[in-house]
Design a protein around this ligand. Structure first.
Ligand SMILES: [Zn+2]
Length: 377
């Protein structure tokens, strides 16, 4: 087993501090605070952070998890790993049962067979139990009311991978579904017209998370606080933010992060076109035009993002003005905790040796170390 040591400014226990990290094989063996490199440690000039964990990602580099092939899974995980994502929840779109099933099977198979790129640590079923009036880029004809039998079969296909499901809690049967499956799935509220009361009731039934907060939901109004209001009023609900400068105003990213300490996470919601030249792409049954960093349907509806996690973190710091430590927590520690991952999202002994190095100041991604191995960026 190979052992190597890195020394530099690392995010350990929520603070940047000089430390020597000992990597043995795929794991971090030791994390020692010390001012100077010792024991042949390689000096690192940038900032060493835990690798990123993305709870919501559909695709990238021309591939989408809905393609349901080993090649597509490999293309997406490899692309995002090169942008600092070390673990991700493969995210599906609303589609006929058999197509969602095929996507889950492709991800579960890749998970069992070992992997290339970011580790597959979950499946995020985004739909199909969504409100057609807030469908965003989901195919409206694929949306339907909750179906317990269908969800049970998808959970079976997912095997031991944690499953998150985005649903609209106001649909008939949604609260019963949450109550019945709250221990087998992490229910996330989204693509929803839910009132504050309806969303609060869903949280009381066991829903725990909000999907791309503010996007594809009734907005927060001071007399009608809606789903966002229910998340802010809750003491435990977590929420995703798409910090691409298009989906949310940077001030909203900042206020949500402040209002939800330890509960807000950065996600990409990246789609097939992420990492590709701008142009026209397919998104399930839609055509999507990518122009000036935004993917839109013909009517202007946003259809996923062009974000990478490295870019999301940089935007959270440089556009929204969040402290780096907080933005890093939103990109790794908090999402890892939401999925119940114990060896990801932290720089600590026993954790996976999944690290990113950012240039100080510009926060450009310089290096990615995944399972102790340096990636070619
Ligand atoms: Zn969505």
């Amino acid at each position: 087993v190979k052992t190597r040591r890195l020394h530099g400014l690392a995010l350990v226990d929520g603070a940047l501090q000089r430390a020597t990290l000992t990597i043995r094989g795929r794991r971090l063996e030791e994390v020692a605070r010390c001012e100077r490199p010792s024991g042949g440690a390689e000096p690192i000039s940038g900032l060493i952070l835990p690798g990123f964990v993305d709870l919501h990602v559909h695709g990238g580099a021309g591939a989408d998890f809905m393609d349901a092939s080993p090649e597509a899974v490999r293309a997406v995980t490899t692309f995002h790993a090169r942008h600092g994502t070390v673990a991700l929840a493969a995210t599906t779109l609303s589609a006929p049962s058999s197509e969602v099933d095929a996507a889950i099977r492709a991800v579960a198979t890749a998970h069992r067979n070992g992997r290339a790129g970011a580790r597959l640590v979950g499946i995020h079923l985004e739909g199909p139990y969504l409100n057609p009036s807030r469908c965003g880029a989901h195919d409206p004809s694929a949306l339907r009311p909750p179906d317990a039998e269908e969800l049970a079969s998808w959970l079976g296909e997912a095997g031991d991978l944690p499953v998150m499901m985005t649903l609209a809690p106001e649909l008939p049967g949604a609260l019963d579904l949450i109550s019945a499956f709250r221990r087998q799935a992490i229910f996330a509220l989204g693509h929803s017209e839910a009132s504050f009361e309806q969303a609060s009731e869903a949280l009381a039934h066991g829903a725990r998370h909000a999907t791309h907060l503010f996007n594809a939901m009734a907005p927060l109004h001071h007399r009608c606080p809606g789903l966002p209001g229910a998340v802010f009023a809750s003491s435990s609900a977590t929420a995703e933010l798409i910090a691409d400068g298009v989906h949310l105003h940077p001030a909203v990213v900042a206020l949500a992060a402040r209002a939800l300490p330890g509960r807000a996470v950065l996600v990409t919601d990246a789609m097939r076109a992420c990492g590709m030249p701008e142009g026209v792409f397919s998104l399930h049954r839609h055509r999507v035009t990518v122009f000036e960093g935004a993917a839109r349907l013909a009517d202007g509806t946003l259809a996923g993002s062009m974000l990478t996690m490295a870019r999301a973190l940089r935007n959270a710091v440089q556009q929204a003005g969040l402290p780096l430590e907080q933005a890093a927590e939103m990109a790794s520690g908090t999402p890892a905790r939401i999925l119940g991952l114990t060896r990801s999202g932290r720089i600590a002994p026993g954790c996976d040796a999944d690290l990113v190095v950012l240039r100080e100041g510009s926060l450009e991604l310089e290096r990615v170390i995944l399972s102790g191995e340096e990636l070619d960026l």
